[in-house]
Design a protein around this ligand. Structure first.
Ligand code: 13P
Length: 287
């Protein structure tokens, strides 16, 4: 099928009350684990890179090449959108040109008027190319690619103005955090989420999708969250599997120094987490 924009899958998820898994990729193994899992469970999928991951993987052209190549060679037939996560203004413009099919412009660290102005420009550019577009209001707590957010709840007047620009999805601070949740963290702000839905009437994106209790995920989806972003849960599962392989001494047996053997358990762990998320978000068999 090749890459598609996330528009159709988002519309369907919003209408039918499930969420599209947005899984961040970090390398070739990650990309393959994400695509194979989506195919095996017949789920649409958003495979995403932050700009830090893009630099790590060798640039946007490399990422586009890896994802497109895997789709073709592995006969992936479920809808796949390649998404820029937390794009800067320049990064978003570049991704639009380089073949990403879904773009997030994150101007949440700017003053609101600047965020609004830049979002408007990126929305226009993405729409010209029929790519889906996500913008952000309010900050998500924790650290992502060196950016620290306080976890400010989204302001409804600002959300309303942003929504009028017509983005396909809006990411908003609803008490969510990137990375592991602080020990004393209790809950998402469902009041903010309820207001958000009333004001925007469009798909809401939940960032920081790792480590949120199952009941809160289900409630958020029932209230209009239609895309959930996950990175940390995969990183932790992968690291744990590789640590076990090393500590058990398996690394010194046979020819296990071969990266294909060394990374094998981590790869399986990635697949297990992606499949768990697909089932939890209700996107199995929604391709
Ligand atoms: P986690 O790393 O907390 O899962 O968050 C991922 C994310 O929101 C990417 O945008």
């Amino acid at each position: 099928m090749g890459l598609v924009s996330a528009k159709q899958m988002m519309k369907k998820a919003f209408k039918e009350k499930w969420a599209v898994p947005h899984i961040n990729t970090n390398n070739l193994e990650w990309s393959r684990a994400i695509l194979e899992s989506a195919q095996e469970l017949n789920s649409p999928i958003i495979i995403a890179t932050s700009e830090g991951a893009i630099r790590y993987m060798g640039g946007m052209k490399t990422v586009v090449g890896i994802v497109k190549g895997l789709i073709e060679e592995l006969n992936i037939t479920v809808p796949v959108a390649l998404h820029l996560d937390h794009g800067t203004f320049e990064g978003a413009k570049k991704a639009i040109k380089e073949g990403y099919t879904s773009i997030m412009y994150d101007g949440s660290h700017e003053i609101f008027e600047k965020n609004l102005q830049n979002s408007k420009k990126i929305i226009e550019l993405a729409k010209e190319k029929k790519q889906s577009i996500e913008v952000e209001i309010g900050t998500i707590g924790g650290e992502e690619d060196g950016m620290i957010g306080n976890g400010d709840l989204a302001d409804l007047k600002e959300i309303s103005k942003m929504s009028k620009l017509g983005p396909d999805m809006i990411a908003a601070g609803i008490g969510n955090f990137h990375g592991p949740y602080p020990k004393d963290w209790k809950t998402l702000s469902f009041k903010t989420l309820e207001n958000l839905k009333k004001v925007t009437g469009r798909a809401i994106v939940l960032h920081g999708g790792s480590g949120i209790p199952k009941e809160q995920i289900e409630k958020a989806i029932s209230m209009g969250v239609s895309k959930i972003n996950v990175n940390t849960d995969l990183q932790q599962a992968n690291a744990k599997a590789i640590k076990k392989f090393v500590i058990s001494g398996k690394i010194d047996k046979d020819k296990n120094f071969d990266p294909r053997k060394l990374y094998a358990d981590g790869f399986q762990a990635l697949k297990e987490v992606v499949k768990y998320k697909i089932r939890q978000f209700g996107s199995e068999n929604k391709a």
